[in-house]
Design a protein around this ligand. Structure first.
Ligand code: PLP
Length: 305
């Protein structure tokens, strides 16, 4: 049986319903997160990945939208653990917390409304092809500007931009889009951050390039520093640099670490995952399933042992 956390309690998923009059449904003012939990058959354990970091981001984003949620980070982590246990999850899942204004009123504003948070789980395997890699297209759509709808916030309405870019890419026969920002520099994918390798240097668009401050991005920068003993250049990246890259990969909770093997019909490297990308994937996929002790701090075990 599937359950959700809805209006303060865990209920069967069928009972977790909102009205069509719900304010955030109309104005895209919901704040959401995507969290993964990885099942390890050998350990008989489900590992929740970066739970605190996701709820910290959610509460910070909510605060920016004057959405005063009555839960702390720890309470939200605990509710998620309880939900996963109630659903008796023993496979890889995606967890979707979503905070919204529940009022049945029609003014697009952020104050004098009542915030609510719902959490549910979603069966989820690979989002993109992490083994063969993906073909991407530089989108004709520009990334939301920080002074219009900040990409830094995981706010529902901002994802119109992602949906337009992703749809355009799929309809043109690609797997994913890369969006340039208003200044014409590379920002990110529709739901992923992006990294390039050029002449042994790892480069990623800096935080001021109208990107989401990805939790996986941060973890991967840490892996690059600590495991590969390489620095990461965080700076503005020109579109033309993509075509000259030796390796490109995308990061995200859903995308994990996905090699990009083609950009706008130009092959990247030899058309398969490069060395740095493969090394990072190897460490990341072991770490998220609880196989690397020094990265156990990334994980919250769901079941007591
Ligand atoms: C637009 C966008 N960029 C980047 C990411 C990657 O962020 P994270 O690593 O925190 O999942 C996501 C996914 O949440 C996203 O939607």
């Amino acid at each position: 049986m599937e359950y959700a956390f809805f209006e303060g309690k865990i209920v069967p998923i069928e009972e977790a319903k909102i009205s069509i009059m719900t304010n955030s449904f109309h104005y895209g003012t919901a704040i959401f997160e995507g969290i993964r939990a990885y099942w390890n058959e050998e350990h008989g354990q489900l590992y929740l990945l970066f739970a605190r970091q996701h709820y910290e981001r959610l509460l910070q984003n909510a605060k920016a939208l004057f959405m005063e949620l009555k839960y702390s980070v720890q309470e939200l982590v605990d509710i998620t653990l309880e939900l996963l246990r109630t659903c008796e999850i023993k496979e890889d899942v995606y967890i979707r917390p979503i905070a919204y204004f529940k009022d049945l009123k029609l003014t697009p504003k952020l104050i004098d409304y009542t915030p609510e948070i719902a959490i549910y789980t979603y069966k989820f395997g690979r989002y993109l092809n992490t083994s063969k890699g993906i073909r991407v297209k530089v989108s004709s759509w520009r990334r939301n500007d920080d002074n219009s709808i900040p990409s830094r916030w995981k706010v529902a309405g901002a994802y119109i931009n992602s949906a337009l870019a992703k749809t355009e890419a799929i309809m043109a026969g690609y797997d994913e889009a890369v969006l340039l920002n208003g200044d014409g520099f590379v920002s990110e994918g529709s739901g992923e951050n992006i990294f390039l390798v050029r002449n042994g240097k790892v480069i990623t668009p800096s935080m001021s390039q109208h990107i989401l401050e990805g939790i996986t991005r941060k973890a991967v920068i840490n892996l690059i520093n600590k495991e590969l003993i390489l620095e990461v250049e965080e700076r503005s990246v020109a579109r033309s640099e993509l075509y000259l890259a030796d390796e490109i990969f995308m990061t995200g909770t859903a995308a994990e670490i996905t090699p990009v093997v083609e950009v706008d019909n130009r092959k990247i490297g030899d058309g398969s995952a490069g060395d740095i990308t493969s090394k990072l994937q190897d460490i990341y996929f072991k770490a998220v399933r609880g196989y690397i002790d020094r990265y156990k701090s990334w994980l919250t075990p769901v079941y007591e042992k």
